[in-house]
Design a protein around this ligand. Sequence first.
Ligand SMILES: C[S@@+](CC[C@H](N)C(=O)[O-])C[C@H]1O[C@@H](n2cnc3c(N)ncnc32)[C@H](O)[C@@H]1O
Length: 307
Amino acid sequence: MVIVDVVDLRVVGVVGLQVVVAVAVLAVVVAAAVEERAAVAAAVRVVAAVVAVVGGGSNVVVKPHRHEGVFVAEGKEHLLVTKNLVPGESVYGEKRISVENSNAAPSTDENPAVAKVEYRVWNPFRSKLAAGVLGGLDNIHIKPGAKVLYLGAASGTSVSHVADIVGPEGIVYAVEFSHRSGRDLINMAKKRTNVIPIIEDARHPAKYRMLVGTVDVIFADVAQPDQARIVAYNAEYFLKNGGAVVISIKASCIDSTAQPEAVFAEEVNKLKKSSFRPREQLTLEPYERDHAMLVAEYRRVCGTWKD
Ligand SMILES: C[S@@+](CC[C@H](N)C(=O)[O-])C[C@H]1O[C@@H](n2cnc3c(N)ncnc32)[C@H](O)[C@@H]1O
């Protein structure tokens, strides 16, 4: 199915924009119905672009999501957003939404009031964590001030949103072994100074132990057959007792011949044997096919759980 992907929004009037939104929303519904994921993504991008252009703050209200540090921009569509740590800049071409800051303290010479706050649209088709949030995870453990170890950082698109969420008081240690992706990751971290890029193999945490402190949560998206072992090994080094792991599991990366549900169950079993207690599990449909997100709590009690 082919739908309009690129629209020059500058030459479309407001009425035209409404039509574009309506068509794009319809396209989302139709594409979803026939399971055309690329078409769904394209239509969502059009909706996001329209909101960014017409929103400009006046037509869009940004409200806190129930996950601290995550927000929802309510305009013609509801979009997941994070507060941009580096206002004025996108990281990977994502749309930005600027709104009046109604909570601004009175302006003084020392503390000039910030009149506008800028948010970045967080696309669930490009970030498994965003997909997990929209899918209804109860607790992502990633919140303002949190220390996060992110395994499988790629070029840093999702990491940049995690950096927005944890904010200046938090820190994101971002591990990626591909030097090519690592270049973009390092560039992103030049401005987001709460991100420490680490270009290493996550199978060898000893190699980066000097760079990483104790963390509150490990987020893992390495898409490797031995991901559970990688997570357990990193937890032994860096995760605080009572900390959490949030793991994206791509069934085909672990066993392409088994049913996804059987693969997810087996991954849960592996974690149970490594001092983790599973807390939540959900699939990432409709954003990712045959993926699950698992949240588990970590207790160093000689490898077994005692309630
Ligand atoms: C599915 S992608 C991650 C996407 C990313 N989390 C995002 O949402 O943008 C998996 C990434 O993990 C990296 N990776 C795989 N195995 C790794 C390992 N052992 N150590 C470090 N990075 C690894 C890959 O190079 C790839 O960039």
